[in-house]
Design a protein around this ligand. Structure first.
Ligand SMILES: [Zn+2]
Length: 85
């Protein structure tokens, strides 16, 4: 049980968590970008995902393996999704 997530809004949390990788790639519209940014400020779980994804993306961008990059990001997101509820 996570009272923290209840306060943030678990539904919103789950929806936004899947948008974090798109947020990092600047693929979201202005409204969604603002929503994710606000959520990252109040949700340590999603902020941790963002930090991890940014590390992976920046290290892979250096080797310019864009396709592989997306696979790894998807796997990390999946991993986090199965970790909690
Ligand atoms: Zn969250």
């Amino acid at each position: 049980m996570s009272s923290n997530h209840e306060r943030i809004g678990l539904f919103r949390h789950r929806r936004l968590r899947s948008s974090v990788s798109a947020y990092i790639d600047n693929e979201l519209g202005p409204d969604e970008t603002a929503e994710v940014r606000d959520h990252l400020r109040v949700c340590p779980g999603c902020a941790a995902i963002e930090a991890q994804l940014r590390r992976i993306v920046s290290s892979l961008k250096r080797t310019s393996t864009r396709h592989y990059d997306e696979l790894v990001v998807a796997r990390v997101t999946e991993q986090w999704s199965s970790r909690e509820g």
